[in-house]
Design a protein around this ligand. Structure first.
Ligand code: NAP
Ligand code: GDD
Length: 382
């Protein structure tokens, strides 16, 4: 059976992809960073005791900034497929640490490609590069396809642009099977807590349970093409199974504002929102409460939507979440992947919001239980 190496195995996509490849019978090696606390929450259910025989899921310490480490691991593992998912992936944070991001997200990809080349694995090892719709930035065409020109708008996107072109270059220069998946935003219950969708679903569940008063957000007008990460990791694998190495856009083809995502999340707990004011003075208020939906969801913990009231202010703008340069609109056209690889989505946006809300409601019910029993719980508002 095939052997895969996943960098960024502890991230959202790394976790779903590991699960997917293990089900397919792969042996999966994952690169994880050393940290002072366990950082494997998302993959703990896949963990195998290293003392047992025939281990199928094996973790290695490593870092994208350390080429000797990467080269040694590729040499030891001799992977059939590498999925390069490791990155400092937060766009706003990339403005605060641009040099590190260039090193990890940009040069890190070169380090892996060089490892394959130096070890003479060009004909054995296929490599997937986690490219991004952020490359389109200030979009030059709507919708965006594989031929739309790039116009990156953040240190993250610029670093990913280097990674994109060095992947293309190694394919053309050395005949390597190296591909870019230009993936549009994909989310899930495993999404990092500071990306906007997860920030919204967590806060909505907390507000509904009286654990938080309101949510502070930045640009509500930004439009994103959101899909479910489970659908998108399947596509990463399909890209590496194609006959020829190519670059592929993966997207849902629909775009939605951040404001509408907030409304959809609140609707899951039976709350209708209305927005008043504009710019940094815009606020979100509870317009109505469907107690049937609310009580149905929370009957085991609270009753009669006791923490909510019509007219309550639940959303404000905090300009600190604005970005120095913003990407206003993303909407992808994945026709090529649909036609040539037969890709289809299992989840639409409504399914995604439901999945995330159900998961965060359960999580916050546990948090509430802990709080009721006198335990400190984290209230992190990033
Ligand atoms: P994520 O949840 O932020 O995971 C990133 C992973 O990279 C984590 O495992 C992280 O480790 C690891 N990492 C960060 N810096 C590293 C370094 N210097 N050395 C080794 N590992 C490092 O991201 P994701 O959402 O799963 O996305 C996966 C990839 O797809 C990323 O490259 C991202 O830029 C790209 N992408 C994502 C989307 C999306 O919408 N999700 C769309 C397009 C492209 P820790 O757990 O230790 O932090
Ligand atoms: N994070 C965040 N927090 N974003 C906010 C907030 C907030 O409080 N308020 C509004 N936004 C807006 C951002 O300005 C942006 O326009 C949009 O919500 C989405 O932000 P994120 O969820 O942080 O994702 P992103 O689109 O910047 O980047 C994600 O998708 C890319 C693919 O297009 C990341 O996963 C990248 O790694 C990925 O490449």
């Amino acid at each position: 059976m095939k052997v895969a190496l996943i960098t960024g195995v502890t991230g959202q996509d790394g976790a779903y992809l590991s699960e997917f490849l293990l089900k397919k019978g792969y042996t999966v090696h994952g690169l994880k960073r050393r940290s002072s606390l366990f950082n494997t929450d998302r993959i703990d259910h896949l963990y195998q005791d290293p003392h047992v025989d025939n281990q199928k899921f094996i973790l290695h310490y490593g870092d994208m900034t350390d080429s000797t480490n990467l080269t040694r691991l590729v040499k030891e593992i001799q992977p059939d497929e590498i999925y390069n998912l490791a990155a400092m992936s937060h766009v706003r944070v990339s403005f605060e640490m641009p040099e590190y991001v260039a090193d990890t997200d940009g040069v890190g990809t070169l380090r892996l490609l060089e490892a394959i080349r130096l070890l003479g694995l060009e004909n054995k090892t296929r490599i997937y590069q986690a490219s991004t719709s952020e490359l389109y930035g200030k979009v030059q065409e709507v919708p965006q396809t594989e031929t739309t020109p790039f116009y990156p708008r953040s240190p993250y996107a610029v670093a990913k642009m280097y990674a994109y072109w060095i992947t293309v270059n190694y394919r053309e220069a050395y005949g390597m099977y190296a591909c870019n998946g230009i993936l549009f935003n994909h989310e899930s219950p495993l999404r990092g807590e500071t990306f906007v969708t997860r920030k919204i679903t967590r806060a909505t569940a907390k507000i509904a349970l009286g654990l938080q008063e309101k949510i502070y957000l930045g640009n509500l007008d930004a439009k994103r093409d959101w899909g479910h990460a489970k659908d998108y990791v399947r596509m990463m694998w399909m890209i590496l199974q194609a006959e020829q190495p190519e670059d592929w856009v993966i997207a849902s083809g629909k775009t939605t504002t951040v404001r509408d995502f907030v409304s959809m999340a609140f609707a899951e707990v039976g709350v209708e929102l209305e927005f008043k004011g504009s710019g940094i003075d815009e606020k979100g208020y509870i317009k109505s409460i469907n107690t049937k939906i609310y009580d149905n969801l929370f009957s085991s913990t609270v009753q009669k939507s006791q923490f909510l009231a019509v007219g309550q202010e639940v959303l404000s703008i905090d300009p600190k979440y604005f970005r120095p340069t913003e990407v206003d609109l993303l909407i992808g056209d994945a026709s090529k992947a649909k036609e040539k690889l037969g890709w289809e989505c299992d989840y639409d946006l409504q399914d995604l919001v439901k999945d995330m809300m159900q998961s965060d409601v359960k999580l916050m019910q546990k948090t509430q239980l802990l709080k009721d029993n006198g335990y400190e719980t984290l209230n992190y508002f990033e």
